[in-house]
Design a protein around this ligand. Structure first.
Ligand SMILES: [Zn+2]
Length: 467
């Protein structure tokens, strides 16, 4: 086949009409390139997809990651276990975050299998983990970092460029340029798009041109709350200070935790809140925060009056590494703030804190992120009077509060504005990474308001890309 007749294709192997398991396969010039390699998460029937064999893993030539979140990177150890041994390209901050996140994910898979064997909750005997720590290490050895904002040739006629997407540290849009005889074709993968309202991470850049766009639509049918998180935090902190209570913040280790740490520092510096001890009780969040500080180029932290960057920690800040220290925290009197994982109360140290603090009305639990259905987080937000934690019934007397404006995703308006900002608009937009209703609404608005051609691919659907 001559170069001029070369045709390319895109196949959607995950995150089609759903929000997890992002995997898009590009076939071009005889190469197979997978953009993102995410784990399916959430309901059992979705998670079940992780167990299917990835046909032809050894034939994938390269993986390119938009960012480190597990729904975009967490399948890599499985892909490598099934024979993939090509390069994995990403930004250097994404690599640093993947080092902790993939090992943590492997550890959770091993724990799940152990638990299933103990409780005999598995159809396989013995239950095996989806992948193990050694698989995560093998995948991590394949990583190759790429400098942002520069085209880099990864195969003959195929170049890649990473541009800041403002979602989490290191997150990027992935652009792939296919060089044909007549012209170049650019395909852009948005990954998750930031909303430009984050305090710690720099805003997404606008695109100059793209021929095709594979875009997320998680918030495709919603407007996010624009309430000021600082006002809510100020009120709650004054309350626990007065009542000597404890403010528990269940938070995701990467992203939300650093936003909260930033806001606490800011409020203290502005003398809007008293300086009270803040415990960061999550080894992964502690490590992630250190990684954030090693990548200042991605951050927009304020300079203080001496010209130094404000640190990503409050004045009385105590990272809590060890389980013993964590348990001792439960015995301490307030006022104090404990930031701990997991964000949706699906496990982790935060459960010990809740067990001790929920039954007392001077305490407050503050949710700062989306709580999925059937999680303890969702139940508490809905005002459940008693909750089961570690097989114990716990009375809920503490105040339950939430801040809804700390999302790391753009909403409908943000996404439409971002598309309007592209100088040379894409010929075709593929919408993935979103519930069907959100994607359909976004498709309608992009067609009507920005006159774009938009398709919503189904799982495994393949599209031919014209040059
Ligand atoms: Zn993400």
């Amino acid at each position: 086949m001559s170069k001029a007749q070369e045709s390319f294709s895109l196949q959607f192997l995950g995150a089609a009409k759903t929000v997890t398991g992002s995997k898009t396969l590009l076939r071009a010039f005889g190469k197979k390139i997978l953009v993102d390699c995410g784990l399916f998460q959430g309901p059992r029937e979705i998670r079940q997809l992780n167990w299917h064999k990835f046909e032809g893993a050894e034939q994938i030539d390269a993986v390119i990651l938009t960012h480190a979140h597990i729904d975009h990177s967490g399948y890599l150890p499985k892909l490598s276990k099934e024979g993939f041994d090509g390069p994995i390209y990403c930004s250097s901050a994404t690599y640093d975050l993947c080092k902790i996140m993939l090992l943590d994910s492997a550890h959770l898979q091993e724990e799940d299998a152990k638990y299933a064997n103990k409780t005999r909750h598995s159809s396989h005997r013995p239950a095996l983990p989806l992948y193990e720590t050694k698989d995560a290490h093998r995948a991590l050895n394949l990583f190759k970092t790429i400098e942002k904002n520069k085209w880099q040739e990864i195969f003959p006629n195929i170049s890649v460029r990473l541009l800041r997407s403002g979602h989490i540290l290191g997150s990027t849009f992935v652009q792939i340029m296919l060089k044909n005889a007549k012209k170049n074709t650019i395909i852009t993968f948005s990954g998750d798009i930031g909303n430009g309202r984050q305090n710690v991470i720099k805003d997404p850049v606008s695109l100059v041109e793209t021929d095709y766009l594979v875009m997320e639509g998680t918030y495709g049918d919603r407007s996010q709350s624009k309430e000021d998180p600082k006002e809510i935090l100020t009120k709650l902190i004054h309350k626990i200070y007065k009542n000597k209570g404890v403010l528990i913040v269940p938070a995701f280790a990467v992203g939300r935790t650093q936003e909260i740490l930033y806001l606490l520092r800011k409020l203290e510096t502005e003398k809007k809140i008293p300086e009270i001890p803040v415990y960061l009780d999550s080894p992964m969040a502690i490590e992630a925060t250190e990684i954030y500080l090693r990548h200042m180029e991605d951050l927009k932290l304020d300079l203080n009056e001496d010209g130094f960057m404000e640190p990503l920690s409050s004045h009385a800040y105590y990272p809590t590494q060890y389980v013993e220290e964590s348990k001792n925290l439960c015995k301490k009197d307030g006022p104090m703030i404990v930031i701990s994982a997991s964000g949706m109360l699906t496990g982790g140290r935060v459960l010990h804190h809740l067990k001790t603090r929920l039954p007392k009305e001077e305490n407050i639990v503050l949710f700062v992120g989306w709580q999925a259905e059937e999680t303890k987080g969702r139940l508490l937000l809905h005002g459940i009077p008693k909750i089961h934690i570690h097989h114990e019934e716990i009375e809920v007397k503490a105040q339950i509060a939430s801040i809804d404006s700390l999302s790391a995703h753009g909403d409908t308006e943000d996404i439409i504005r971002w598309i309007q900002g592209i100088e040379k608009k894409p010929r075709l937009i593929f919408l993935n990474h979103g519930e069907q209703a959100a994607l359909n609404t976004l498709q309608y608005r992009l067609q009507k308001e920005v006159q774009m051609q938009v398709v919503v691919p189904s799982m495994n659907e393949e599209f031919r890309i014209e040059e």
